[in-house]
Design a protein around this ligand. Structure first.
Ligand code: CIR
Length: 274
């Protein structure tokens, strides 16, 4: 037990990306109305998106994760991107106040799911007010929560979340995000001490003692990988990155999330893992 009242076992699975549970939400036909920076969501093939989601779930299951699937939510076209609605921290889950107004109602079903599925976690809703956080702006590396300050996550929301992480013995650091929707759109943890991301965003981490691997400039989508129980899930279109990770000795799996990319989504957005 450390002086925050949380035992090492509260941290271990979070620190090493070892998960036993996941929450996902089915996509529905409403996905074509999802928010997208370049107005590309209208071109989503709903059937292909459903099939990609199925493969995503079966990959998590094959890696030993018990996946709970919520039904799609016709009132919330972006509901499939569950990552933005909650952030798991040691001993608790923070229910966010998403930055995009039409997405705020997505948190209801996610809160209910955590009440049912994770009685071991304290549920901490973000207070009403002007602070906003999207889970896609939160990147955990070791005991540090990097919080992207983006169009979705503002300073007030970021500071509130940082305080929740710090009271659980973690550190927090702010990273300015420009040119991408979220921080994790372009950088994610590859292992407990290594980040993978675009050259541009990695330069924001240069003062920190973290290892970094830059993705090839033509594969910026590979800045969003998902590490689950020792395997790095890589987006399908990133063959060069996949090859590079093989050479470095990583176990990998590939999932196609190209339909979700049309609505600015990526691998991590489609689940909350704990
Ligand atoms: C949005 O604009 O909010 C969604 N269309 C995409 C959210 C992607 N989420 C994520 O990267 N965590």
């Amino acid at each position: 037990m450390n002086n925050t009242g949380f035992s090492d076992s509260d941290y271990a699975p979070l620190l090493t990306y070892r998960y036993s549970r996941a929450l996902v939400k089915r996509p529905g036909p409403e996905l074509i109305q999802a928010l997208s920076m370049d107005d590309t969501a209208g071109g989503i093939d709903a059937e292909a998106a459903f099939n990609q989601h199925e493969s995503y779930i079966s990959t998590l299951v094959s890696l030993g994760v018990d996946v709970h699937v919520l039904p799609s939510d016709p009132d919330h076209p972006d509901g499939v991107f569950v990552e933005d609605t909650a952030v798991v921290i040691p001993g608790a889950v923070v229910i966010t106040r998403p930055g995009a107004l039409p997405r705020r109602g997505e948190t209801k079903s996610v809160t209910r799911a955590f009440q049912e599925l994770a009685p071991e976690l304290e549920i901490i809703p973000m207070p009403e007010g002007s602070g906003t956080v999207d889970g896609g702006d939160i990147l955990r590396l070791g005991d540090c929560y990097y919080i992207g300050l983006s169009d979705r996550t503002n300073r007030e929301g970021g500071e509130w979340l940082a305080a929740r992480a710090e009271e659980r013995g973690c550190r927090a650091r702010f990273i300015p995000v420009s040119g991408s929707l979220h921080l994790t759109t372009v950088v994610t943890p590859l292992s407990p001490d290594t980040l993978i991301g675009t050259e541009e965003i990695l330069s924001q981490f240069s003062g920190d003692s973290v290892k970094m691997i830059a993705v090839p400039p033509n594969e910026s989508a590979a800045g969003n990988v998902l590490v689950v129980n020792g395997t790095v899930i890589v987006p399908a279109e990133c063959a060069e990155t996949l090859e590079m990770l093989h050479r470095k000795g990583f176990d990998t799996s590939v999932v196609d999330v190209s339909q979700y990319a049309r609505a600015d989504g990526a691998l991590t957005c489609l689940s909350i893992l704990w």
